[in-house]
Design a protein around this ligand. Structure first.
Ligand code: CP
Length: 322
């Protein structure tokens, strides 16, 4: 039986992180601890021998029940840089295809002495379920669950913003696009609120921006010019067609005309605004190539920072007991 906090299942009774399931409810000090620790790991990427021994002897299991390029690869790189043994379960060839349940799969992998599970799943809450049922010494990291949360993406986004903008308390951050289906938007909004960002805007058509975001302290803008004006940080999101039911949009072309980020729309933001995107990007749908590849874009640095942030999360978890 684990001794997790009743208020927040990812913290132990001392308020330390033992699982990373969501940015919601994370103490500000824990977010800063992750960002500061990530800063110390950035230089590991530049060494000839890119390794530190913090997870030597530990086994990290990557369980990706949904497709991924960036998250899966950077988690694997991060775990290897921490000297862990990394096992990538090939879900398509696993016994999941024969009907084995998620919890039975996890129980069997635990019997192989797993120390950490990194889980992506199409069902919101799947990583919580695993965290509730695994042994006390095992840590669970949510690598994206349904529409719910993608906390390491949220944290690497915060790292990127801090790297370029330093002070969260002076910023206007615009999140643009398919917010209703986006676990990244939710994780970013929670983290931005915790870090004291005074103006968070959710920008997009009515069908893709839920009105209840106002309850999270977010200004909802259905007009791109209003959303872009004087923004310091612009986070573009992909249209998640795989999660849309029915006609939520007129057409990709119409969407691009209204909400696609072009140099003209970007010119309404602050002159030193940064443009972010969690990826994968759809050129000509939510962002033009000239912006995605332009001087304001920090989309590829986000990916690189993701390695250090995931190293930070895994090393902090491994140092804390349930
Ligand atoms: N940002 C992100 O989650 O990308 P992947 O789906 O490629 O992991």
């Amino acid at each position: 039986m684990t001794m997790l906090s009743k208020r927040n299942p990812q913290l132990n009774k001392h308020g330390e992180l033992v699982h990373l399931l969501s940015t919601e409810g994370l103490p500000r000090a824990v977010i800063h601890q992750i960002l500061d620790t990530a800063g110390t790991f950035l230089s590991v990427n530049d060494r000839e021998v890119k390794k530190v021994p913090l997870l030597r002897g530990k086994s990290v299991f990557n369980l990706f029940f949904e497709n991924s390029t960036r998250t899966r690869t950077t988690f694997e790189i991060a775990a290897k840089r921490l000297s862990a043994d990394v096992i990538n379960l090939d879900i398509a060839r696993s016994s999941t295809a024969k009907g084995e349940t998620l919890l039975d799969t996890v129980a069997n992998l635990s019997a192989m002495h797993a120390d950490m599970f990194v889980v992506r799943h199409s069902e919101s809450g799947a990583p919580y379920l695993i965290a509730q049922h695994c042994a006390p010494h095992v840590h669970v990291v949510n690598a994206g669950d349904g529409r719910h949360a993608h906390p390491t993406q949220g944290l690497l986004d915060m790292y990127t913003i801090r790297h370029y903008k330093k002070d969260f308390t002076q910023l206007t951050v615009a999140i643009v696009g398919d917010i209703v289906h986006s676990r990244v938007a939710r994780s970013d909004i929670h983290a931005l609120n915790i870090l004291g960002v005074p103006e968070i805007r959710a920008v997009g058509p009515k069908t893709l921006v839920p009105g209840d975001l106002k309850d999270m302290g977010v200004r909802v803008c259905h007009d791109m010019a209003e959303g872009m004006r004087d923004a310091d940080v612009i986070i573009m999101l992909r249209l998640q067609n795989e999660r849309m039911s029915g006609a939520m949009l007129p057409s990709a072309g119409e969407y691009f005309k209204s909400f696609g980020l072009t140099p003209e729309k970007l010119a309404l933001a602050k002159p030193d605004a940064i443009v972010m995107h969690p990826g994968p990007i759809n050129r000509g749908v939510e962002i033009s190539s000239s912006v995605a590849d332009g001087q304001h874009s920090v989309i590829l640095p986000q990916v690189t920072f993701g390695i250090a942030v995931r190293m930070a999360v895994m090393s902090i978890l491994a140092g804390n007991e349930a």
